[in-house]
Design a protein around this ligand. Sequence first.
Ligand code: ADP
Length: 276
Amino acid sequence: MRKKLQQSKRIVIKIGTSSLMTANGKVNYQQFDRLAYVLSTLNKDGKEIVLVSSGAMGVGLDKLNISKRPVSIPGQQAISAIGQCEMMNLYSRFFSHYNQTVGQILLTRDIIEFPESLKNVTNTFNALIEMGIIPIVNENDTVAVEELDHQTKFGDNDQLSAIVANIIDADLLIMLSDIDGFYDQNPVNNPDATLFHTISQVTDEEMAKAGGEGSSFGTGGMITKLKAAQYLLKNNHEMILAKAEDPTIIFDILKGHEIGTYFSNQPELIKEETTE
Ligand code: ADP
């Protein structure tokens, strides 16, 4: 048992596009519904929940019935603008079934460089949480640019979710992916790969075990997930990497069941708890 996880109060959940869309590029309503059910239930139980959701591009393409993302950046930003709106509409509708209000937070990376911006962002999160509302976070694709002197892009939502978990001082980041954890080699190509149950530090050795590009939707693969974990461990935070297929898995994670890979820099505590 991972007893410590039972005490987690402030929890960030990150879900990727591939877990919100079906294999043929349609909105996966079941996933939206289950996520809304689980997160609303936890919020009502007194947890403080923040959702980081990708999916604007995928939902936008589906809404417009386009199968390929545009090549140009403005074209992509336009689809994201449409998809973000539709995605929030979906979340709002599904969460309202469970009597739960949500709020949208769109961020760019430069908020961490400007203390005043950071303060405002943190205050908004705290105000929403205090009101019992679940903030739903995504990158602000319209303004996010990748320039040397003005970097406003997070790069990927794995990093974004780790930064959010850090700035709101979350007890735990639950990263839901198309894979059930971090293995010693990419299990997609190697059936003999074994799952790591706990990781206490992410060094070059771990990074070298993350290969391949992952899903056609996702942009990150395992490397960005490890980088997110590395950042959190450095800042004394924790992360679980687990499979998004059935979001009710979050209930079991928070009961302390051994699910997915647990990134924590307190391995002694974990050991002691798992030998009980
Ligand atoms: P998501 O879209 O859920 O955010 P990605 O598909 O981008 O996730 O990344 C997860 C993928 O990373 C897995 O499906 C797998 O193909 C790949 N991967 C590469 N190396 C590893 C590893 N060592 N352990 C687990 N998955 C790995």
